[in-house]
Ligand binder design. Structure first.
Ligand SMILES: C[S@@+](CC[C@H](N)C(=O)[O-])C[C@H]1O[C@@H](n2cnc3c(N)ncnc32)[C@H](O)[C@@H]1O
Length: 284
């Protein structure tokens, strides 16, 4: 091979390298050349204040974020929560209204090498669709959390929601954490279980009528299976997973562990001595 050919090949290789963007990779400092935000600057519905790194990690840990998750940060600021979620392997989207801030966040996404995992969308959290999220994170304000609450409660049961500092009023969190006097809260979207359910135990074919009342993840009610109504004891609802105990008409304590799918329930009924039978049912 002659020298000219070798030089030509080298030039083409370098040009290709440049075109691929490898030498254009931004570092965080260069992202801030055009726009540098300041803490407390106004935003559409709330000012920008970043969540401290340690709390970001705690929020993502509370929500048990894994690579299988689709995380949406509502009001993404500089994108730090979305980027942190992406670094855990999750797919993440940050929605940020301020176009300069959204551009900066996108630049940080590039600088941190997570473009394959993280996207920043410039938009309004009250207009963008985040219904496919499996995890929602936010650091907003109490009234904004409350405006989002009905949307969140209509998301798939089991969706985790975590908020820095602000609660969801009377929807109590499933978990709370505190780091250096800052609080973070986590909720699991509960299935809608209220109503009257007809249950059938496999094998014996015993039938039960289950009445459930619900306030968010708090459930109570009673069950009857031929005999008198018995109150549910220790009822819990976590996402689509329901569990409670009751005394059957023979005075035996039974424990039902089930999964709710819309108007159907299926699970296992434990009886005396740990015997287990399947149980299925539908909402009337
Ligand atoms: C308190 S900061 C939180 C930033 C980031 N989530 C964090 O925890 O570090 C709230 C962000 O929401 C943005 N914001 C305010 N109203 C918004 C809206 N309606 N839609 C999208 N973003 C909004 C602000 O510009 C600001 O960057």
């Amino acid at each position: 091979m002659n020298v000219r050919l070798i030089r030509g090949t080298a030039v083409i290789a370098v040009a290709g390298f440049l075109a691929s963007g490898a030498l254009n990779a931004q570092d965080r400092k260069s992202c801030e050349r055009d726009y540098k935000p300041h803490v407390g600057q106004s935003g559409k519905d709330v000012v920008w204040v970043p969540t401290p790194d340690e709390l970001v990690q705690r929020m993502l840990a509370m929500a048990k974020v894994t690579p299988q998750d689709l995380v949406y940060d509502l009001g993404a600021g500089d994108g730090k929560i979305a980027i942190a979620a992406g670094k855990l392997g999750a797919t993440a989207v940050g929605i940020e209204y301020n176009p300069d801030m959204a551009k900066l966040a996108q630049c940080y996404v590039k600088a941190d090498g997570v473009t394959d995992k993280v996207k920043i969308v410039q938009g309004d959290i009250f207009k963008e669709d985040f219904s496919k999220a499996t995890v929602v994170t936010m650091y907003l304000l109490p009234d904004l959390n409350l405006r989002l609450r009905p949307i969140i409660l209509n998301m798939k049961p089991g969706t985790r929601v975590t908020s820095h500092q602000f609660t969801m009023a009377d929807w109590e969190p499933d978990e709370t954490a505190e780091i250096e006097f800052r609080s973070a809260y986590m909720w699991i979207v509960p299935a809608k279980v209220e109503g009257t359910w007809s249950l059938r135990e496999q094998g014996s074919n015993a039938q039960y009528t289950l009445n459930l009342s619900q306030r968010f993840q708090r459930v109570s009610g009673d069950i009857s299976g031929g005999g008198a109504k018995q109150p549910l004891v220790g009822a819990t609802l976590r996402g689509d997973a329901i569990r409670f105990a009751f005394n059957d008409d023979k005075g035996v304590t039974r424990t039902l562990t089930g999964t709710i799918r819309g108007n159907e329930i299926s699970g296992v009924l434990k009886g005396a001595g740990g015997t287990e039978t399947g149980i299925t049912g539908t909402r009337r």
